[in-house]
Design a protein around this ligand. Structure first.
Ligand SMILES: [Fe+2]
Ligand SMILES: [Fe+2]
Length: 199
């Protein structure tokens, strides 16, 4: 991998030049929140910073362009006409191709930032929940998540995933199976933790 400082400078320059004000502020909000969580939970700070900076590289890109990438990068057809899901998958490919990122942990944190998945790493959880609670986020229940994550990042991710599943289902939209897998995985993890405390 190109040296981290160099990649960081390049993505920051890219953000300044190409992102809308709204997306830029969101991205830096995610970065600050993710770094705080990385310090609290003991995750690599440089990886956290890069994953946050790259996570929405393709957010806000027109749907026909995203569909073009889904087809030409050979991604699963379920990502066609699904910008909420495809933007992370495309970013995960393009950060390798255009920025030379070859660290699997960073790539996966970007790839799974909207869905989560079974076996989520700490970095994946940090980017997932930082995306949901950065200071610019304002929706019912966001303050509750901000409180929960101070105590238990698994529980915060579980609550957020559960809400997403309820919302997407109620809207009748396509739900990526990774989200259901992530919820079940975290439920099991939390159950096991509780059992350990019980002993
Ligand atoms: Fe995103
Ligand atoms: Fe985001």
């Amino acid at each position: 991998m190109d040296c981290t400082d160099n990649i960081k400078k390049r993505i920051e320059a890219y953000i300044e030049k190409n992102f809308s004000e709204k997306r830029r502020v969101h991205t830096y909000g995610v970065k600050d929140t993710a770094i705080e969580l990385a310090k609290q939970y003991g995750c690599d700070l440089q990886k956290t910073e890069l994953a946050a900076l790259f996570h929405d590289l393709y957010r806000g890109v027109p749907e026909n362009v995203l569909n073009y990438y889904v087809t030409h990068l050979g991604l699963d057809k379920k990502y066609l006409n699904a910008p909420n899901l495809s933007h992370g998958k495309i970013a995960a490919e393009m950060m390798q191709r255009d920025f030379g990122i070859d660290d699997r942990e960073i790539i996966d944190a970007v790839s799974f930032h909207t869905t989560g998945r079974a076996g989520m790493t700490l970095l994946e959880k940090i980017i997932y929940i930082a995306d949901a609670i950065e200071p610019g986020r304002n929706y019912p229940g966001v303050d509750e998540l901000r409180e929960i994550v101070k105590e238990d990042i698994d529980m915060a991710c579980l609550v957020s995933l559960t809400r997403t599943i309820e919302y997407v289902s109620s809207e009748g939209n396509f739900l990526d199976h990774d989200t259901i897998d992530a919820k079940e995985y975290l439920e099991e993890m939390i159950y096991k933790k509780e059992k350990t405390y019980d002993k």
